[in-house]
Design a protein around this ligand. Structure first.
Ligand code: UN1
Length: 506
């Protein structure tokens, strides 16, 4: 039997005059106002999304398989054009998607605005990369009398499994990369954010992606597992937890039939190192942004701050001071810095972590959150040893560890030993220190003397290593090729007869 997800729609979605005073960079005022009116009439409604049943998975994957020959032969320039139209549509309807991100994803205005921007950026970036990579076979060197070319082609049906924390950007990014590479797609969004996914798919179809090339499967973990296990899946792209990535790997390994690649982007116990030469105001600002913005619900977020002991007390005090200024509450209020966590289950897990740390006497700062709703206040805990944090805590919770200058090596060892390698922050004014740290740690995204979230498509391609994922980096120049398979063609140009046509193509 198919399950379902019910999402209550909150009151007061927008306060337009305040939105305007903050200056949204794109989207029109009229659209915002229409939206407010629209939502106001639906205050008490709930949204119910029907989940796919396991037998639907089979039907949908078959449809995607049938759609593959035609889509994979569609010229890359046409596939790219559809992605570019999707970017235009996302921008034209940004106000609508911003509202959805606030309503369904609980995201703040700033985060929602950036997310629509990022989704459009993914479309344009992959379109531009795809035009370069896919339409022309690349000539390869070879001896006289032989012509060698290498080309990329789609693999088949890609399963795209995406998280609730970037329900538009990551969802759209995975799908557009797979489509640009010539695959058809069965996309399974997080069960917490079904409406955003449904509207994004509708928009992509409207932009010119054929319905036979892109299919949506709504549901929770078991539906995702059925999709991954399906015999006709040619590739899987996944963003989410390390635990789920492992189970996908196991499922793929256990399948008969083709060997199926997994592109996984997972979590991290992301560290920042602030030494005694760092600028305290800058550190405080960047730590608060990295650890608490988006309610800490980014895989890039800072979890573990190492502070040199000479400056530790002052630094922690300044960070706590900056954290105290954060406004926690309704994400539809433009003044809010920290919105809710995604659901009750997430809140319960975070509350349990906070209770344990508090019992152990580690509290250095505890913020205030509204009592009702799924809010978790920012917290700072001090640990004696980094190894006391062995799992990713996905919320607005920062752990601090002091280190002595002579103990930097042990800090690097501890970061390395975690097995994760996603983001890393360094605050220091000593170039040698920065160089040593960057060189020593195999981490995907390193940020020096700035915050460590918000990787920009095409500027800081995003993704990690080890327990943090397989690479290649999303929004980077090597991403699309991993969705494709390669074919070389070697032609004996010296042969007579049948090869003449191929020869004259040159
Ligand atoms: C994620 O949180 O799942 O750099 C990944 C950033 C974002 C992270 C996205 N691009 O903060």
């Amino acid at each position: 039997n198919a399950g379902h997800t019910t999402i209550p729609l909150p009151r007061d979605l927008f306060q337009p005059e305040r939105v305007n005073s903050r200056g949204i960079e794109f989207g029109e005022r009229a659209a915002l106002n229409r939206l407010v009116a629209d939502v106001a009439t639906k205050q008490t409604l709930t949204l119910t999304v029907k989940h796919s049943a396991p037998e639907d998975v089979d039907r949908i994957v078959s449809l995607a398989r049938d759609g593959f020959p035609s889509w994979s032969r569609t010229p890359a320039a046409m596939r790219a054009a559809a992605l570019e139209r999707a970017a235009d549509l996302l921008e034209q309807r940004s106000a609508h998607f911003i509202a959805l991100l606030q309503r369904e994803g609980g995201k703040t205005l700033d985060d929602s605005v950036s997310e629509v921007r990022e989704a459009a950026d993914f479309c344009r970036y992959y379109a531009a990369q795809g035009r370069k990579l896919f339409d022309n076979a690349q000539p390869m060197p070879g001896p006289t009398g032989e012509r060698n070319t290498l080309r990329l082609r789609g693999r088949g049906v890609f399963a795209a499994i995406s998280p609730w924390n970037f329900p538009l950007a990551i969802f759209t990014g995975q799908i557009t990369a797979a489509l640009m590479a010539g695959n058809t797609v069965a996309a399974k969004p997080a069960e917490q954010t079904p409406q955003i996914a449904a509207e994004a798919v509708r928009l992509l179809h409207e932009a010119g992606i054929p319905e036979t090339a892109l299919h949506l499967i709504q549901g929770d973990g078991p539906i995702g597992a059925a999709l991954v296990a399906h015999r006709d899946i040619a590739g899987v792209v996944f963003t989410g937890s390390t635990v789920v990535a492992r189970s996908i790997n196991r499922s793929l390994a256990a399948k008969d039939g083709p060997i199926v690649p997994l592109i996984a982007e997972t979590g991290g116990i992301n560290a920042m190192i602030a030494d005694a030469t760092a600028l305290p105001e800058q550190v405080a600002d960047d730590v608060v942004t990295s650890a608490f913005r988006s309610a800490g619900q980014r895989c890039s977020a800072l979890r573990l701050l190492f502070v040199q002991d000479d400056v530790a007390d002052r630094m922690i005090e300044m960070i706590a001071g900056a954290a105290r200024e954060l406004r926690i509450g309704d994400p539809s209020d433009p003044a809010t810095h920290v919105g809710p966590v995604i659901d009750r289950e997430a809140k319960q897990q975070l509350d349990a972590h906070i209770a344990r740390m508090t019992r152990e006497g580690r509290v250095r700062f505890a913020g205030q959150a509204p009592a009702s709703g799924n809010f978790v206040a920012p917290h700072i805990f001090e640990l004696a040893d980094a190894r006391q944090l062995s799992e990713e805590v996905f919320g607005p919770i920062l752990h601090v560890v002091r280190y002595r200058a002579s103990g930097l090596d042990a800090v690097l060892q501890a970061i390395d030993d975690s097995g994760y390698g996603l983001t890393l922050g360094i605050h220091s004014r000593i170039d040698d220190t920065i160089e040593v740290i960057v060189d020593r740690l195999q981490v995907g995204n390193v940020y020096v003397n700035r915050n460590m979230i918000g990787a920009v498509v095409g500027v800081q391609p995003f993704g990690g290593h080890g327990l943090s994922g397989t690479g290649p980096k999303a929004g980077g120049p090597n991403y699309l090729t991993r969705f494709a398979t390669e074919q070389t063609v070697t032609v004996n140009t010296a042969a007579a007869g049948g090869n003449a046509a191929l020869m004259t193509e040159e």
